[in-house]
Design a protein around this ligand. Sequence first.
Ligand code: SF4
Length: 289
Amino acid sequence: MNVFVTNPHGYCAGVVTAIKVAIKTKKENPDRRVIVLGMLVHNQEVIEMLASQGIETFQDPKKPLSELLEEVPSDALVIFTAHGHDKKLETQATKRGITFFDATCTKVTQNMNLITAALEAGRDVIYIGKPKHPETVAALSLGKKVVLFDRFIPFDYKIITDKHPLVTNQTTISFLELIKIHDEIRSRIPEAEIIDEICSATRLRQQAVLDIPEDVEVIFIVGSPVSANTEKLTEVARISHMKARVYQIKTAAEIDDRSLKNVNFVAVASGASTPLETTDEVIKHLKAL
Ligand code: SF4
């Protein structure tokens, strides 16, 4: 099987840093419980690797993080995830005497700082993102004047009273999608300040998917279903390579060899939180067919 592999693949810098923060905290505090509030990064294999090193994850989709934080013993060390968090959680932790560490990616922090500065200047902020994603939750928590633009719901422009609001976005959305949304906002609010905050790790991976040879027959996107940037790679692949079959898989175990019977040319891309070894196993498996 001829296998085309996109580059870059493997962890982005933000994921590497978050994992380092968690491991260092545990190493320096071997006798204390180290608890990540939510998924440190959106990949189950990473969460399992952390668990193998004694780093716990408190995650329950039915419970808000504030409730999970109440379940943390006060002598434990808490780590906030790479996606950012509601700053009120820090106040809550401090009140309970809990020591915490922040693994927020610098690119996310930069975006939150932009929003904070706009709010301090009394401006409205339109935030383009996925509802309930931790980064969106963090952005919306900054103030009531931050309004979510969810691409699946018509945006209510009446609630924006500012003539030149700041328009920013989740760092891991699709740039193809963002171009369309920016055009729409520009047509409705011509003086809006539009800033593209897609991070370079996400952008490079999406561009690499666009650059996959046209004659590829199947594209595998390796990553977790809860990873926003992986989900966007799948979307980009489906838009850019309409003749190819596109599968999003977590590991090589999900490849159905029978479906590749007469296939000669495939491509592999992976999300920014997918371990390199996982992608390498997929590549190895496909090459052996
Ligand atoms: S995908 Fe981008 S924003 Fe998210 S952790 Fe990686 S570098 Fe940071």
